[in-house]
Design a protein around this ligand. Structure first.
Ligand code: EPS
Length: 386
């Protein structure tokens, strides 16, 4: 069992969302502002729908933190759904059902299979929990994990690299500045591509359509040797990919050069090793994305995730009505045109959680001071002979 774990709870239009995070070391200084900052970043983004005008996500800490420091016990986090005031009767925990049932499933959504699997008759019973509103709590948990990593000199940042087929010009982007120079609306570091992307999103909105895209998450300062080649479920690349794939609407993940590995020969993929004048090993490239043999190799970690276009289209697709078994057009709930910038913030959170888990597994998780001492002793050992 991993030392650091979390659960989320809550429906999209229920009273609140909750998370319990267990396993953060004691003695970590944390601030509400750091959590709220990431919650606000997740709410931004060109292409979001009307819901984000209603919500102003703010965390409420209910356990595990005292005077700004973690105690080592489970941390309970809560975010209220302001929109619940418009949905109270339809989302009541008890009493008779009110409001019409949603019965027209959306292709690409959890609606159809969820209804059959859970033996429900109202699509709302499925969509309320499958909604990406749940990612609010992943971001809150991830913000605490980022604080933990920051205390160890590790940072997690992200950038959007493509939306609706329009990619950034990577040759123009100074990678050391990612996280500093990103726009707030798109989390993108190439303003020229950003303008084209905004026009593309605007067009999709006019067409009643939706757009997907791709984002990159980068981890800097990670010690070498997190994860392991010893067993399949300890390989960190697999765990990072699983964590990113678990984000709603993610359909592909790449590590380092990713899909290019299917095209280029080994001589153009593997990162050659050299010795500098002090006998230290260095590399000129990082196509492995900081991961070799399922372990971090001390280089920057780079993972990319692809998000599909959101399945709620204002020009709905052909589908079926579950109640009448007839052909209909899919239901159209209010939704976003594009949520790739928001997903990139969720990606940061999921990567931070996995790296924090791997740190706790290797270096312990009772007290922050012990984790720091263990990392220092380990770095001292593996530094030798390099
Ligand atoms: C979502 C539908 C929309 C999004 C929502 C995810 O919500 P609503 O149905 O209330 O308009 O805005 O995302 C969020 C609420 C959020 O906080 O990210 C869906 O169906 O997945």
């Amino acid at each position: 069992m991993t030392e650091l774990r979390f659960l989320t709870a809550g429906e999209s239009h229920g009273p609140c969302l909750t998370a319990i995070l267990e396993g953060l070391p004691a003695g970590l200084k944390v601030s509400e502002e750091a959590i709220n900052r990431d919650l606000a970043r997740r709410q931004q983004g060109y292409g979001r729908g009307g819901r984000m005008l209603i919500e102003t996500d703010q965390v409420n800490v209910l356990s595990g933190i005292r005077f700004g420091e973690t105690l080592g016990g489970p941390v309970t986090l809560q975010v209220k759904n302001r929109d619940h005031s418009n949905w109270g009767a339809r989302m009541a925990a008890f009493g008779e059902p009110t409001g019409p049932k949603v019965t027209a499933a959306r292709p690409g959504h959890a609606d159809f299979t969820g209804l059959r699997k859970y033996d429900r008759e109202d699509v709302r019973d499925i969509l309320e929990r499958s909604s990406a509103r749940e990612t609010t709590m992943r971001v809150a948990v991830g913000a605490l994990c980022k604080e933990f990593l920051r205390a160890l000199g590790i940072s997690v940042v992200s950038q959007v690299v493509m939306i609706g087929g329009i990619g950034v010009d990577e040759s123009k982007i100074d990678r050391s500045k990612i996280g500093e120079i990103n726009s707030t609306e798109l989390n993108c570091c190439d303003p020229e591509a950003g303008e084209k992307i905004k026009a593309r999103i605007h067009q999709a909105q006019k067409d009643g359509d939706t757009l997907g895209g791709k984002f990159e998450v980068i981890v800097r300062g990670c010690p070498a040797g997190l994860g392991s080649h010893i067993q399949w479920d300890r390989r960190l690349d697999g765990r990072l990919a699983g964590a990113l794939m678990s984000i709603q609407a993610i359909k592909a993940v790449e590590v380092g050069a990713g899909v290019q590995c299917a095209e280029l020969p080994g001589s153009q993929i593997h990162d050659e090793m050299f010795l500098d004048e002090n006998g230290h090993v260095y590399r000129k490239t990082n196509r492995a994305g900081g991961l070799e043999g399922g372990m971090t190799n001390g280089e920057e970690i780079s993972v990319r995730a692809v998000m599909k276009p959101i399945p709620t289209l204002m020009s709905p697709l052909h589908s079926i009505d579950i109640a009448s078994h007839s052909a209909v057009l899919a239901c159209k709930e209010r939704s976003d045109v594009c949520a790739v910038p928001a997903a990139s913030v969720v990606g940061e959170a999921m990567v931070a959680i996995v790296i924090a888990q791997a740190i706790c597994e290797k270096f312990g998780s009772d007290a922050l001071s012990d984790v720091k001492s263990a990392i220092a002793a380990y770095n001292e050992r593996i530094g030798k002979g390099w």
